[in-house]
Design a protein around this ligand. Structure first.
Ligand SMILES: Cc1cc2nc3c(=O)[nH]c(=O)nc-3n(C[C@H](O)[C@H](O)[C@H](O)COP(=O)(O)O)c2cc1C
Length: 311
C-alpha cells in the first residue's frame, strides 16, 4: 500500500486510495475486470440495486452531448435477491472493498433493502436518493429536507453498515438536504448525481431520449459538482465522495481540495473502462513527485478559507 494514498473515511473504514467507480458506469460491478486488473481501485461501487427487479426505461436512453452524455436508464437491475445471489459474491472476490448502491421507490422499499443487505460482506451502503430517471424525476427524498431527515433516521436505525446518501444537484436546497441527511444519521454523502437535461431532434420533432428529460453527466458537470461539494463541505463534516466529470488526475486533486474525501469516476469509464485504475496509479505518482499525501490535499479550499478568516 502507498502510504501517501491512505484514505481514512470513517472509524473502521479506510481505503488504500481515494478512487472508485461511480455507480452505474461500471456495469453492475464486475465488468471492469474484463479489461484488466481492478485490484488497484480504492473501492468498487455497484450499480443501483432495488428490492424489486426493474426493466428500466424504454430506448433510446443514451445520447452524447458536448462534453458529456445524457442517460435515462431508469435503474435497470435484476432485483436485490438475484444481485445478492449472482453478482455480489463475484464482486467481493475482486479485491477492493465493495460499496453497495441501493435504490427504492418508497421509504418502505429502502427500509427493506437496508435490512436485507446487512452482513452481506459489503463495507458500506450508498443510498441513491437522487436518480432523476425514476418517479418522474420528482426526487422527494433529495429535494425536501424534511423527507430526507425522515428517511435518514429510519435507515440509519436499521443499519450497522455506514450509510452514504447520494444527493442530487437538482435542488436549490442542497445544503439543507445534506444537513438533514447528516442529522438523520448519514455517516457520509455522495455528491453529485446527474443534472437534469435534454437533447432534441428538431427534424424528427422529438427528444433524443425516449423519456424526454434525462440525466447529464461527464466533464460538462464538473464545475457544478465542485461547487456542490465546496458548499456542502462548509456545512457538514462527514466524508463526501465527490463525483461529476472526473477525467484526469488534476480533476481528482481539484475534488479533494474542494472538500471531497474520496472520488468516483463515472462517464469516463465509457471511453476508458480502466479510468479509475489509471487515476489511482497517477495519483500515487503525483503524490510521490510533489511530496504530498491525499490527506494533505483534502479540503485545501476550506483550510484557506479558515486561514483567511483567522488572519
Ligand atoms: C449511464 C449512467 C448510469 C448511471 N447509473 C447510476 C445508478 O445506477 N445509480 C447511481 O447512483 N448513479 C448512476 N449514475 C450517476 C453516476 O454514478 C454519477 O453520479 C454521474 O454520472 C456523475 O459522474 P460522471 O460525470 O463522472 O459520470 C449513472 C450515470 C450514467 C452516465
Amino acid at each position: 500500500m502507498n502510504p501517501l494514498l491512505r484514505t481514512p473515511l470513517l472509524d473502521g473504514l479506510e481505503l488504500k486510495n481515494p478512487v472508485m467507480p461511480a455507480s452505474g458506469t461500471y456495469g453492475a460491478a464486475l465488468e471492469g475486470k474484463e479489461f484488466g486488473d481492478v485490484r488497484e481501485l480504492g473501492a468498487i461501487v455497484t450499480k443501483t440495486v432495488t428490492p424489486k427487479p426493474r426493466k428500466g426505461n424504454p430506448p433510446p436512453r443514451l445520447a452524447e452531448t458536448p462534453c458529456g452524455m445524457l442517460n435515462s436508464i431508469g435503474l435497470e437491475n435484476p432485483g436485490l435477491e438475484t444481485f445478492l445471489a449472482e453478482v455480489l459474491p463475484r464482486a467481493l472476490e475482486l479485491g477492493p472493498p465493495v460499496i453497495l448502491n441501493l435504490g427504492g421507490e418508497s421509504l418502505e422499499e429502502f427500509e427493506w433493502g437496508v435490512e436485507r443487505v446487512q452482513e452481506t460482506g459489503v463495507v458500506a451502503l450508498e443510498i441513491n436518493l437522487s436518480c432523476p430517471n425514476v418517479q418522474g424525476g420528482a426526487l422527494p427524498f433529495a429535494t425536501d429536507p424534511e423527507a430526507c431527515l425522515r428517511i435518514a433516521q429510519s435507515l440509519s436505525n436499521r443499519s450497522e453498515l455506514p450509510l452514504f446518501f447520494k444527493l442530487s444537484p437538482n435542488t436549490h436546497l442542497l445544503c439543507e438536504v445534506a444537513m438533514a441527511a447528516v442529522e438523520g444519521g448519514a455517516q457520509g454523502l455522495t455528491l453529485i448525481n446527474t443534472l437534469l437535461g435534454m437533447a432534441v431532434d428538431w427534424r424528427l420533432g422529438r427528444p433524443r431520449i425516449a423519456r424526454g428529460v434525462a440525466g447529464l453527466s461527464g466533464p460538462a458537470i464538473k464545475p457544478v459538482a465542485l461547487r456542490c461539494i465546496y458548499q456542502v463541505r462548509q456545512v457538514v463534516e462527514v466524508p463526501i465522495l465527490g463525483v461529476g466529470g472526473i477525467q484526469s488526475v488534476e480533476d481528482v486533486c481539484e475534488f479533494l481540495a474542494a472538500g471531497a474525501s474520496a472520488v468516483q469516476v463515472g462517464t469516463q469509464h465509457f471511453r476508458e473502462p480502466l479510468a479509475g485504475v489509471r487515476l489511482a496509479r497517477e495519483l500515487g505518482e503525483l503524490c510521490a513527485q510533489e511530496g504530498f499525501s491525499v490527506q494533505d490535499l483534502q479540503n485545501r479550499l476550506g483550510k484557506d478559507r479558515k486561514r483567511n478568516r483567522d488572519h
